[in-house]
Design a protein around this ligand. Sequence first.
Ligand code: FAD
Length: 457
Amino acid sequence: VQPLVSSLSALLGAEKVLSGDAIGDDYTHDEALCGERHVPLAVVLPSGVDDVRRVLVWASDNRVPVTARGAGTGLSGACVPRANGVVVSFERMKRVLEIDTENHVAIVEPGVSLEALNAAVAEKGLVYPVFPGENSATLGGNVATNAGGMRAVKYGVTRHHVLGLEAVLATGEVIRTGGKFVKTSTGYDLTQLVIGSEGTLALVTQVTLKLVPLLRHSATLLAPFPTLDEAVCTIPLLVVSGVGPLLVEYIDRMTMMAITAQSGVSLGIGADMQASTEAYLLVVVEGRTADRVDEDTQLAGATLAEHGASDVFVLPASAATQLIDAREKSFWAAKRAQASEVVDVVVPRASLPEFMHQVKAIAERHSTFIPGCGHAGDGNVHLAVFERDPDKRYALMRELFEAGRRLGGVISGEHGIGVEKKRYFLELEDPAKIALLRRIKQAFDPNSILNPGTIFD
Ligand SMILES: Cc1cc2nc3c(=O)[nH]c(=O)nc-3n(C[C@H](O)[C@H](O)[C@H](O)COP(=O)(O)OP(=O)(O)OC[C@H]3O[C@@H](n4cnc5c(N)ncnc54)[C@H](O)[C@@H]3O)c2cc1C
């Protein structure tokens, strides 16, 4: 061990390598609820692409596993290192390199957080519109997980906003893909292949992002529904109504109680109505002018009311911000309530009612309850599973994943496979596709040094 770490320090300079007690606990885990922790041999803190290149050549020569790390906010164990491996943490590569206002493009290093990026581009009247719920997450992590979030119903997910990458292959070769343009028909799309690959194909050292104009007018509607079924049946109607909502989230009653209690938010809805509500829809519309937003608010409100909402509240701006923030923190409420897993199945949005029926039946069969909320406009749910026994939890989660797949969905809409969902993925996915993915992995990373054990064994 010691000679390996010494050779790494000699290669990069001791100030870029942490080992032994200098490796803080944060580097050993992410936010996955059941995840294992591993202390790596060393943590490397590159300051540029050349450092990354040198680490990968060294790791290939010495057959040392390498796990990239952004902010460690992932929910699938994908940045948890191997005990015999090194972490490449991008915390020092956090420069916004360029904001090109004519092309609506930003070029960033992978360690830039969503918060820092949006603060920088807001000054130019622009926004990077992908909003996964955790603002400390990095663009490198977002690319590697293809992060989604609440605004995907309008703007899509990370892969719809990444125009190009600079990435280092396991061999140490540096590739540049795409650029400041929005289309390409020039061979296989390597940008899209690397997006969502969870650090298993290449290490991303620069990201070219598509920005959009910041729309300054918005309205937030909260609609309580007597049944979950009515709430989720209304979602496709809302999305196709022409309103083009920025956000359509469902929150079931138990989750709403947990997130409002955790954040100290008052819904401003009478106790009787809250007691007769099984689920809420939270809808945001945005636009360039206040008139346009008013028009869309009317239409969205009418759609919600016509399809079973007990009432429709247009929230004051500060209450809206607080409630959306509380919803973004639902993961912490689930963690506090000692959930053992959060499942993020995605199905076609029109199949959500049937999926939720099946979730209820699965919960009853397993004598448990499965509360949740989610990006319902995308058909993407976040269900909290409470089952400590690993075998029972496996059986329950497999049924949830199978139900999603039968309805034309997949087992993860945005959190990734990582190590936590690997077993289900390998058991349930088409073997021909798994075999092809393995061959792609082999082509990129012949010695299997990049995040081995993530997605596949
Ligand atoms: C409260 C909370 C709410 C969340 N809400 C959402 C949500 O709404 N939508 C959503 O999609 N996710 C959500 N997440 C999950 C998480 O924020 C995302 O997965 C995010 O993309 C992880 O970014 P990170 O920088 O923390 O990456 P990490 O967790 O550090 O790493 C994630 C993966 O990226 C790889 N990686 C990191 N940097 C690089 C790089 N430069 N090159 C190659 N691979 C790299 C790692 O190896 C790992 O495989 C939430 C998490 C929390 C805690």
